[in-house]
Write a protein that binds this ligand. Structure first.
Ligand code: CA
Length: 388
């Protein structure tokens, strides 16, 4: 049976999880990635663009251009996320795999240079002129999208939908109430939410069910041996229904408070996070990136296994049937003293406003990992890292 891949544009801020989102998108036959624009967020635009190109090189990705976009939020000062992405952001992926990325080699190929052309302009140009409607996948702050919509409103005519990782039905992560992508530029999110473009929100309730467990790390460490039937670990499909999901969120919060009250994590405890032996340099690269992410989430949020947020939004474009969703009116708080950036999902229709968003609240996690592993296996076969 033949099918046409879905044309997508990625807007992201690599970022460990953004990097895996790029790999999932580019290596999936169901999607055709038209380009990648970079937004401030996990770090500066320049660092995030560098991270994107290095990881794309590591995955053996060629022919997909990277365009740095807007360097700061629309109104507010830039706020980066060093507590989560410090190493990956500031220092890029270099040094994470026991050796430095060979930038002279990577960027000797001019096609690997992040283009000086602005990401907003290239997104508008390519999306507007593409012969089919394009899906935008946004896994960072929405400043690039807001600028595109405000400056070139006709681009909306050729966008089928915006699928974004961000926001939460319930509680946030970098603020008490707000999720990071929304918190750092809520005005941009407001422009996007009120643009009239169909929205799909992949919130924390979903991404917190996609956990990088020890079993996941072990599978990636031996990614060359992965086959769909070999991954039998049942990553719990929490989020069977919205009420249960929210209860789990609350349990996590209570657990964290209890842990903080009882004891602080020690260096000795952190050292118990063993890195599995890896069968290739590329596998080692992935495992070490995710291990860093893992220990950071343990330190900051008391998650035993960290969530891998951003690829979930890409996976929606590949397999939307794997998600449970609800259509609601979605908005974002701009002026609250304590809740700025909080996403507001009108689950009960209290606003009397027509739904403008499909909000995901559950995901078939096993299906996600099967696809993610398949794409990493393809990357492993193509990776120049394995020739080192
Ligand atoms: Ca991101």
């Amino acid at each position: 049976m033949s099918f046409s891949p879905v044309p997508v544009w990625l807007d992201c801020d690599p970022g460990h999880d953004d990097a895996f989102a790029i790999a999932l998108a580019v290596k999936s036959l169901e999607l055709k990635v038209l380009g990648v624009s970079i937004i401030h967020g996990n770090d500066t635009v320049a660092h995030c663009a560098l991270n994107a190109k290095r990881f794309m090189w590591a995955c053996g990705i060629q022919g997909v251009s990277v365009f740095p976009g807007v360097s700061r939020p629309l109104v507010r000062d830039a706020k980066y996320c060093p507590e989560i992405h410090g190493v990956h952001g500031k220092d890029g992926v270099a040094g994470m795999c026991g050796f430095n990325f060979p930038d002279e080699e990577i960027f000797a190929d001019q096609t690997n240079l992040p283009s000086v052309q602005n990401g907003v302009l290239k997104m508008v140009e390519i999306v507007s002129t593409y012969p089919e409607k394009v899906t935008i996948v946004a896994t960072g702050a929405q400043t690039n999208l807001a600028m595109a919509i405000r400056l070139f409103p006709t681009v909306k005519d050729n966008i089928s939908k915006i699928v974004f990782m961000g926001g939460a039905i319930g509680l946030g992560n970098t603020g008490v109430a707000a999720e990071f992508n929304m918190e750092i530029d809520p005005e941009a999110a407001h422009v996007v939410f009120h643009s009239g473009i169909p929205l799909v929100m992949v919130p924390l309730e979903v991404t917190h069910s996609v956990l990088v467990t020890p079993e996941v790390l072990a599978t990636i460490a031996r990614i060359d041996a992965f086959s769909p039937s070999s991954f039998e670990e049942k990553t719990c499909n929490i989020g069977q229904d919205l009420g249960k999901r929210l209860q789990i969120e609350c349990d996590e919060i209570y657990k964290r408070i209890k842990d903080i009250n009882n004891k602080e994590l020690t260096d000795g405890e952190e050292s118990n996070l063993k890195i599995p032996e890896c069968s290739s340099n590329f596998a080692k690269c992935c495992v070490e990136l995710l291990t860093f992410f893992r220990s950071t989430y343990k330190n900051v949020f008391s998650f035993d296994s960290p969530p891998l947020h951003d690829p979930c939004a890409v996976f929606y474009c590949i397999n939307p049937q794997s998600f449970k969703t609800v259509n609601v009116f979605l908005d974002v708080e701009l002026s609250g003293e304590k809740c700025t950036g909080r996403t507001l999902c009108d689950l009960h229709g209290l606003s009397k406003k027509e739904p403008n968003a499909t909000v995901c609240y559950s995901l078939d996690v096993d299906k996600f990992w099967e696809k993610m592993f398949s794409c990493l296996k393809i990357s492993n076969e193509k990776s120049p890292l394995n020739k080192k």
